[in-house]
Write a protein that binds this ligand. Structure first.
Ligand SMILES: O=C(O)CC1=CCC(=O)O1
Length: 96
């Protein structure tokens, strides 16, 4: 199942820089692991914002919840999720 996931990062202003850097490093490693597994298909920065738009390819809602809630930045993000299905006008046969 494909899901569009929008994540907006809101780190506390008082968070020490080294703590933020350590969380971001763990976030990057985890995100790249999921991309290598094919579960995090797209990861795009929203220009001008500390936010991303992502496409996840997972078995079901439960797997998505497990993956997202394990993100190191999870406590500091506003996240919205939308399920996707194939558009009838799409020419890309792998859109499923
Ligand atoms: O910077 C972000 O948008 C949050 C994030 C998600 C995966 C990652 O490496 O950073």
């Amino acid at each position: 199942m494909l899901f569009k996931v929008e994540m907006k990062v809101n780190l506390p202003h008082g968070m020490p820089a080294e703590v933020a850097a350590e969380i971001k490093a763990r976030e990057k490693a985890y995100a790249q692991e999921l991309q290598n597994q094919g579960k995090w298909r797209h990861l795009w920065r929203v220009a001008g914002s500390y936010a991303n738009v992502s496409i996840f390819d997972v078995a079901d809602n439960t797997e998505l919840q497990e993956l997202i809630s394990a993100l190191p930045l999870f406590p500091y993000m506003d996240i919205s999720v939308a399920p996707l299905c194939r558009h009838p006008s799409s020419i890309h046969e792998d859109d499923s």
